[in-house]
Design a protein around this ligand. Sequence first.
Ligand SMILES: Nc1ncnc2c1ncn2[C@@H]1O[C@H](COP(=O)(O)OP(=O)(O)OP(=O)(O)O)[C@@H](O)[C@H]1O
Ligand SMILES: [Mg+2]
Length: 276
Amino acid sequence: MLKRTTDNAKSVKAAEAFLRRAAKLLRSPREDAEGGLRFGVDLGTATVVLTAVDEAGSPVYWDFARCNAVRDGVVVNFSDAVDAVRKLKAEAEAALGIEVEAAATAFPPNVPEAEARACRFVLENAGIECRVLTDEVSAAQMLLRLSDAVIVDVGGGSTGVGIVQNGKIVLLDDRPGGGHHLDLIVAGALKVSVEEAEDIKRTGRKDLTAILRPGVERIAASIQSQVGGRTVSSVHLVGGAVRVPKADEIVERFLNIPTVAYPHSELVTPFGIALS
Ligand SMILES: Nc1ncnc2c1ncn2[C@@H]1O[C@H](COP(=O)(O)OP(=O)(O)OP(=O)(O)O)[C@@H](O)[C@H]1O
Ligand SMILES: [Mg+2]
């Protein structure tokens, strides 16, 4: 038991170092990448993200585009999604000086197979061969490499949960609720538009801890129902929505389970996809 906890501690440190390095590579590639590059495309509800890692599995480059063409893994506007990927591909090729021929992509756990396939078609229509189609939580685990834990990906629209035992994902689930719900709470409390609420939340120019506590507790309640009666040693929060202040503390207190939040948590799944 003690060994497993130590294993997780090492993994958390390595993931934090990866993410701090990765965050600096927005639109500016690392010069000393080793060997051939592997790419990932995350078709998210809030953003589409293109990432690159080298042969050693170290981060090399990333870029994002705001795009409303995908909602919780469902491609609702095919041509806008293709345009966003095409633009990210062209910019990556200009920055890296090589062609983005193939990439992995991912869908939220539990989306129907037909919807998951649509993610593949988006890449193909943007001129990228889809080398791997995986689920987002398994992708996050490719970066986190935890031995026993619960991984929670709180994105714009939904919360994906994966239970990891002995390094393998044994249970996957996805429920509505994420950053967009937090925006609705802020908009209601401050009587501003949802767009303004999103801006206040992202820039942190107002302390929203008290306003957002019920929203974060709702995410925690969703994690609790997905975990069910299983004994879990720690919860690992990834995805952009958990960047709100004290998200880890609130979840930890609600679930009474040690909870880890990662720096630049919105990059875990996108880079995990490139590593898949
Ligand atoms: N610095 C920040 N502070 C607070 N919230 C943030 C921050 N950055 C991003 N977010 C929130 O994170 C959410 C987007 O997260 P992410 O990029 O992981 O979602 P996505 O992958 O596009 O969506 P999904 O996984 O649900 O399809 C948005 O609701 C956004 O408001
Ligand atoms: Mg996501």
